[in-house]
Design a protein around this ligand. Structure first.
Ligand SMILES: *[C@@H]1O[C@H](CO)[C@@H](O)[C@H](O)[C@H]1NC(C)=O
Length: 296
C-alpha cells in the first residue's frame, strides 16, 4: 500500500498544481487621458495581458465612425498612425490590443442589420486584417473588438458580433470582448452576449451599488458574479473595477480587501479570468495593478 502511494505521489502533486493554479490576467483601458504614458510604455510594464483602446466613440446610423484618444493623438488630422509601432510592440510582448467601441461619452447606435454589417466591414478594413487608404492607427492589425456599450440602445450588437466574428475565418482570430454593467442581464449588450461569440467579458462592478462590494460585504458582488458566470457562455469572466477611488462614482475596492476577501471567493469559479481596471491613468496614480498582480 505504502509503495503504491509513493509511485503515484508525483503525479498527484502535478495534477494538484494544475488544478489549483488559477492565475488570472489583468485587462486595462488606455486612451482617455493623455497623461497615462504611451501605449508602448503601458505594455512594457508587464502588468497587463489586454489593453483596450478607448474609444471608437462615434459610429452607426449614418455617423462617421470616429476614434477618440483624448490627449494622446488627433485622429482628425491622421495623427494616430504612429501608434502602429506601439501596437506591434505590445503584441510582441504577448499583450492583446483591442479596439473598444462605445464608452461613457460617445454618440453611437446601430440602426439595422445592414448597418451592423457595414460597421463590421469598416472596423475590419480600418483596424483589423482588411485594407483601407486611411487606417487611423496605421498598418498594425488589432486583436479584436471590445463592446463597451453604455447608451444608444441595445439593437443589432448581436449582428455586429456575428459579422465581426466571421472575419476570423480570413486568418487571424478576431477576439470579441465586452464590458457590461454588473446588474444581470446587461441592458445594452445582453443580447449580443447571448450569441456565445465573446471570448472575454469584463463586467463593470462599479457605478452600480446593488451589485458592488461594499465595506467588507462581498455578498452582493458574489450574487451578481454567480448570475454572470452561470448566465453567459463566455468562458472567461473578469472582475471590472476602478483603479482609484475617483476613477468611478462608486465601487472602488481597497487592494487588501480585494486580495483577502473578494478574489478568494471569485476564484472558486472556473470562469474566473482575472481583473479589468479602469484605467491606465488611475492605475498610475494608485499602483493598483502592481499591488494585486501576484494575487490575481
Ligand atoms: C510609441 O509611440 C510614440 C509616439 O506616439 C513613439 O515616440 C514611440 O517610439 C513608440 N514606441 C514604440 C516602442 O513603438
Amino acid at each position: 500500500m505504502a509503495s503504491r502511494m509513493n509511485i503515484w505521489a508525483p503525479f498527484l502533486l502535478l495534477a494538484s498544481v494544475f488544478t489549483f493554479s488559477n492565475a488570472g490576467k489583468i485587462s486595462i483601458y488606455w486612451g482617455q487621458n493623455g497623461n497615462e504614458g504611451t501605449l508602448a510604455e503601458t505594455c512594457a510594464t508587464g502588468d497587463y495581458s489586454f489593453v483596450n483602446l478607448a474609444f471608437l466613440s462615434s459610429f452607426g446610423a449614418g455617423r462617421n465612425p470616429q476614434l477618440n484618444l483624448a490627449g494622446h493623438c488627433d485622429p482628425y488630422s491622421n495623427g494616430c498612425t504612429g501608434l502602429s509601432s506601439n501596437i506591434t510592440f505590445c503584441q510582441s510582448k504577448g499583450v492583446k490590443v483591442i479596439l473598444s467601441i462605445g464608452g461613457g461619452a460617445g454618440a453611437y447606435s446601430i440602426a439595422s442589420q445592414d448597418d451592423a454589417k457595414q460597421l463590421a466591414q469598416y472596423i475590419w478594413n480600418n483596424y483589423l486584417g482588411g485594407q483601407s487608404p486611411k487606417r487611423p492607427l496605421g498598418d498594425a492589425v488589432l486583436d479584436g473588438v471590445d463592446f463597451d456599450i453604455e447608451s444608444g440602445g441595445p439593437d443589432h450588437y448581436d449582428d455586429l458580433a456575428t459579422y465581426l466574428s466571421a472575419y476570423s475565418a480570413k486568418g487571424k482570430k478576431v477576439y470579441l470582448t465586452a464590458a457590461p454593467q454588473c446588474p444581470y442581464p446587461d441592458a445594452m449588450v445582453g443580447k449580443a452576449l447571448d450569441t456565445g461569440l465573446f471570448d472575454y467579458v469584463w463586467v463593470q462592478f462599479y457605478n452600480n451599488p446593488p451589485c458592488q462590494y461594499s465595506s467588507g460585504q462581498v455578498t452582493n458582488l458574489d450574487d451578481a458574479w454567480k448570475q454572470w458566470t452561470a448566465g453567459i457562455k463566455a468562458k472567461n469572466i473578469f472582475l471590472g473595477l476602478p483603479a482609484a477611488p475617483d476613477a468611478a462614482g462608486s465601487g472602488f475596492i481597497p487592494t487588501g480587501d480585494l486580495t483577502s476577501k473578494v478574489l478568494p471567493v471569485l476564484k472558486r469559479s472556473k470562469k474566473y479570468g482575472g481583473v479589468m481596471l479602469w484605467s491606465k491613468y488611475y492605475d498610475d496614480q494608485t499602483g493598483y495593478s502592481k499591488a494585486i498582480k501576484s494575487d490575481v
